[in-house]
Write a protein that binds this ligand. Sequence first.
Ligand code: C2E
Ligand code: MG
Ligand code: MG
Length: 689
Amino acid sequence: MNTPQNTPEKPLILLVDDMPANLHVLAAALKAEHRIKTATSGLAALDLADREDRPELILLDVMMPGMNGIEVLRHLREKPATRDIPVIFVSADTSEQSQLEGLELGADDYLTKPVVTTVLVARVRNLLQRKRAEAQLRLAAHVFEHSGEAILITDGKNRITEANPAFTRMTGYTLDEVRGQDPRILSSGRTSREEYAEMWQAIHQNGFWQGEMWDRCKNGAVYPKLMTISVVRNPQGDIDFFISSFADLSEQKANEEKIRHLAHHDALTGLPNRMHLQISLEQSLATARRDHAEVALMFIDLDRFKIINDTLGHNIGDGLLVEVARRLRDSVRDSDLVARLGGDEFVVALNDCDTANAAAHIAEKILANLAQPYQIEGNPLHTTPSIGISIYPHDGGDLDTLMKNADTAMYHAKAVGRNNFQFFSEGMNKSTNDRLMLENSLHQALQRDEFTVHYQPQADMRSGRLVGAEALIRWQHPERGMVSPLQFIPLAEENGMILAIGTWVLREVCRQIKAWREQGLNGLRFAVNLSPRQFRHEKLVDDILAILAEFEVPAAALELEITESSVMDNPDAAVLQLKKLNQHGLSIAIDDFGTGYSSLNYLKRFPVSKLKIDRSFVMDIPGDANDTAIAIAVIQLAKSLGLNVVAEGVETAEQQQFLEEQGCDFLQGYRYSKPLDAAAFAEFALARA
Ligand code: C2E
Ligand code: MG
Ligand code: MG
């Protein structure tokens, strides 16, 4: 029998009695403040007690047919779900025995029939209140025990009365060790008297304080903590307890420190980053301003780093940067600053260095250290830096100007051949602008059809017979006139345009060869220059084959000139690429031989057919003993490897005679012919056919 007016917020009470009349009396007394369920037998009571809508209290008749109240209670106490439901026995049996038995089993109270309504209501209310308070205490105790924060409770005289396990974990002190003591035993001595005074004032005034504080563990370690103190007052307003809870901030502080470090340092190399550099340079400049001292700023950029990164992968690139960073650090004094701006750009700042000499000295040291071979994950690597230097106060009074000018000087170092350092000078800004303008117009040159190809004839040294020509690109700039490939090829190599330009040259040369063959100009071999980036391109072989097929040009009519650096940066990949080219009948010449690393060891492995002695050696033959010796050595080497030798830049009869005597196979140079445009070359060739 359930009363219909049940509302959920009122506590549910289960009334159990075999006499419905008794149930009625009880329900009438309690229904104002409680929801009521009733049962007339022990079994029905057990069933209702174990429903989801669990009663908060059971009033249980002791004397019932079948299962009596005492048995019902025993069953309730056995089951975890019903174990904690408070029970009040209601019985006419006032014998002490049954009361004791009931209480022993865990009945919470005992009422005798006939029940006095007011007593019943009061008892029920008290019991429920007590049970709720107990539940809250249990919860509080649980929180106290299991809180991640240390909790310390002191009495009104601020003597420790309670401490939780987190407190012991954090401080190393057990409750027994600190009970009765003043919490100041935890103090590290770092907090000042004034700070404590402020804290106590806040506690007494507001009943609350929160702040950071340094304390000392039992083992002596000092740690930062975030602490909250609140007071518990009794009804008279006196302080009964102080409750302080605190969290160890060590980890958070360490993280903050780590974040601060990350914000100021480059994650890869651990060097200070741009932000750090700016902050410390501003300081250095301020000091230098005051002391009338100088500061040298070096911009360092690795030559050809992008190629290494692109061809060998970022892991290897990263490995190289880490090693470069280490060598840079080793090249300077501890007091000097080495920073990484990003990519392959580094900055070195030399403080209290009073002359440009010191900067030059360090720059030389950096060049030497960075040029040493690298071994990155088993790859032998080679890289060199270009360094630009600006000096405070001569090259700028503020950081921005100094940085910009060092950067400009660095670009000049690159422009004059890389692997060197340059001091900033005013003239550089102008030529940097020139470079930018040139780069802009280079983008349009292809579309506007401003390129042409000239052909410089090559002859057999002994017979003087024409054997072919080297194709040399020309740029007819609308305003500047003829721009030298020495000016724009390096630019195109750097910004990647070389791939499009290179393909254009190959197509143009093959188109021309086809046209000449149709005119009866046969049997000549045309050399096309490939820049390093072109040579490394994975589609190179496919592209060349497609172009040859398109213009029906046999592979034997084409020769490819590559430089030493094309092959030396990654010899293993180069060998593969060369083999592929060879397989398709394309011959390869090494251009400008003698100017680069000239690793003779590797030369043996490269399937090339020709060496071209660089013009710089030919120029001073036979006057300069050194150059002469190199020319002789190159020719000897080529012979011993079964390679042909071409001498380029041959201008005089003397040079020609000397080279011929040494056994050089081919010659190219003004002595024989300057580069000619296509029409002039055809005329030149037909005259000798
Ligand atoms: P290179 O391949 O070593 O070409 C030889 C350079 O020497 C040419 O300069 C040629 O005009 C010059 N030369 C030839 N004989 C003599 C001589 O007797 N005396 C003097 N003083 N110079 C002589 P050029 O045409 O200015 O080309 C310069 C460089 O530009 C070339 O050097 C080559 O590295 C590059 N280049 C030219 N055309 C192309 C091209 O189509 N693609 C690529 N990637 N590079 C090219
Ligand atoms: Mg060449
Ligand atoms: Mg050359």
